[in-house]
Write a protein that binds this ligand. Structure first.
Ligand code: CA
Length: 262
């Protein structure tokens, strides 16, 4: 658990079924709080491989320069480069073959959120009491929804609903990216599929309406665990403040590290 005050909160839990937590998150202050970068990575591919792949995504996002300009293109390039690095590590060590990670990342700079995404972690934007899923899951069944073969309800119950058709480290990457405007009072929420396999969009919306970022994260994590906690669960939430992101970083009690898995 890491805290930056009630307006920016991130938490991860192993869940009730898995032995290890292969989810990672990152909250990174950029340019003395003028920008903030948030990310969730959900590793896969065996006990050591999944851990390593997710950590490589987070470590790269934590250290790479986030310069001014076209953030979403920059994020896209970062994920493409990380894909190459993970593939290279797997080539060097056959035990790591097949490892990969999801990556959902957003940079908030002034009134704009720039995002990039691979896999089935998600970014949501809560604005004016309405919740929008910004990212599209990179799963086989979601592709079938897109071409009209399956309805969303059929896809949600499909036995292959968790099978990814893209991950960082799997090669052939086609990173989604974009930008949208944010205003004071909006909320951003990033999560791994350990949340969304148990908790509906309606419940996510209700949690965001009722509490601040911290309360929303704690409430949603509790709901996922109560519903079974079949997978690792990670939730990151940010309230867009009136005064700009710099204000929290000046006043927040920063915990010991900006990324972690508990
Ligand atoms: Ca997962």
């Amino acid at each position: 658990m890491r805290l930056w005050g009630d307006r920016l909160w991130a938490q991860s839990h192993t869940g009730h079924k898995r032995k290890t937590n292969q989810d990672r998150f990152l909250v990174r202050e950029v340019k003395h709080g003028q920008r903030v970068l948030l990310a969730v990575a959900d590793g896969m591919g065996g006990e050591s491989g999944g851990d390593l792949a997710a950590q490589m995504v987070i470590d790269f996002l934590d250290t790479v320069p986030i310069g001014p300009g076209e953030f979403e293109l920059h994020l896209k390039q970062i994920l493409t480069e990380t894909d190459e690095k993970i593939k290279q590590r797997a080539r060097e060590n056959p035990d790591l073959e097949g490892m990969g990670s999801t990556a959902t990342v957003v940079v908030v700079s002034q009134n704009t959120a720039y995002w990039s995404h691979v896999g089935d972690s998600r970014l949501y934007h809560f604005h004016a009491n309405s919740l929008k899923q910004v990212t599209t899951d990179h799963t086989f069944v979601q592709d079938l929804v897109a071409d009209g073969t399956l309805s969303q309800e059929e896809a949600d119950r499909h036995p292959m609903r968790n099978v990814l058709d893209q991950c960082v480290g799997c090669g052939g990457l086609n990173v989604d990216s974009g930008r949208f405007r944010v205003v004071a009072g909006d909320r951003l929420l990033l999560c791994s599929d350990g949340l969304t396999k148990h908790v509906s969009d309606d419940s996510i919306k209700a949690a965001l309406i009722e509490g601040n970022a911290r309360q929303a994260v704690e409430e949603l994590l509790d709901q996922a665990l109560y519903a079974g906690g079949k997978d690792n669960v990670t939730v990151v939430a940010l309230d867009i403040p009136q005064s700009g992101t710099r204000a929290w970083f000046q006043t927040a009690q920063m915990d010991d590290s900006s990324n972690g898995n508990q």
